[in-house]
Design a protein around this ligand. Sequence first.
Ligand SMILES: NC(=O)c1ccc[n+]([C@@H]2O[C@H](COP(=O)([O-])OP(=O)(O)OC[C@H]3O[C@@H](n4cnc5c(N)ncnc54)[C@H](OP(=O)(O)O)[C@@H]3O)[C@@H](O)[C@H]2O)c1
Length: 320
Amino acid sequence: MSVLRLYAVGMKLLLYQLIHRPFISPVLPDQHGKVAIVTGGSRGIGYEIVKRLINLGMHVIIASHDEHQGLVVMERLHKECAEAHVDFEFVDLASQSSVRDFVRRFKERKLPLHLLINNGGVMLVPEQKSDDGLELHFSINYLSHFLLTRLLLDSLVHSGTEECSRVISICSSAHYVSDRNLQDFHRTQDYCPHASYARSKLAQLLFTYRLHQELRSGGYAVTVNAVDPGMVDTQLYRYMSFPEKLVLKPVAWLLFRTPAQAADTVLYAAASQDFEGVSSCYVHEGKPVKSSPASYDAELQDELWRNTCRMLRLPVSINK
Ligand SMILES: NC(=O)c1ccc[n+]([C@@H]2O[C@H](COP(=O)([O-])OP(=O)(O)OC[C@H]3O[C@@H](n4cnc5c(N)ncnc54)[C@H](OP(=O)(O)O)[C@@H]3O)[C@@H](O)[C@H]2O)c1
């Protein structure tokens, strides 16, 4: 059932992409002196985001787990732009201790943090557990980004002075088909990777909206938004079955956005003046759009927030 619903959402999106031209971001302001962290920044959409941020003058930290790919990418970026201010830092988003370790190393550097892009992710992975024994989509796409954001909030708050610091999570229209059963992530019977991916993206969105409430009530100069990049031709689809891939290849070539086109919307939300002070939006093709009714359910947001804090041994309030 989840499979069919997910494919229906995909078809609708492809139709949209057939009819509409990709969003093109206006010229963005210079970002010299600012620091960004991009998870999963060494390939796909993340890589294009990193490239664009560097060109705007930002110091970018790529947080990924493939160290070889990280080195290849760093070399390429330095070749393309001699002044590129970019570092690679290892983080395995399937491990809470790796995320904590990444944050500890970042804080030792005493750098400011103006932008956090929660981009790293996996899709349709066969049933697998993270280092912490949790379902992999839940762990990589949602839980680690929750932990990362919470542990980096003090740096973001501290750096949000003249302008707000920004948190952007790369979500997906897959969230529209997620059920509300977020307690059911770790079930082993009838495991469905499609349902798991959709739930992880709904969880990311519930987190975005709930975090906004916390930040607003604390009066912090940090905004938090979610971006839907559309359907993009990347390695995210590598876990699809062989027949699915055969069908997908020509469709992707014809109708998918390129990673560079997807990065345009992300950059617009991450760096444009139009998004200064704008928070709690679900952005698609440069515009805030409505996300699923479940994502606005305050009770569901609260329940997930509290359960996640308990799971990660974090205080419920961000002020503690
Ligand atoms: N492509 C689409 O059509 C589409 C649509 C909607 C939403 N999105 C979202 O866009 C984001 C980026 O996806 P993409 O399409 O660019 O896919 P991708 O090319 O497969 O890139 C995924 C990135 O996530 C990183 N990653 C995966 N597992 C990790 C782990 N355990 N620890 C650290 N990093 C890990 C990878 O790092 P390594 O390079 O180190 O392996 C890679 O850089 C994802 O959140 C995805 O859900 C994509």
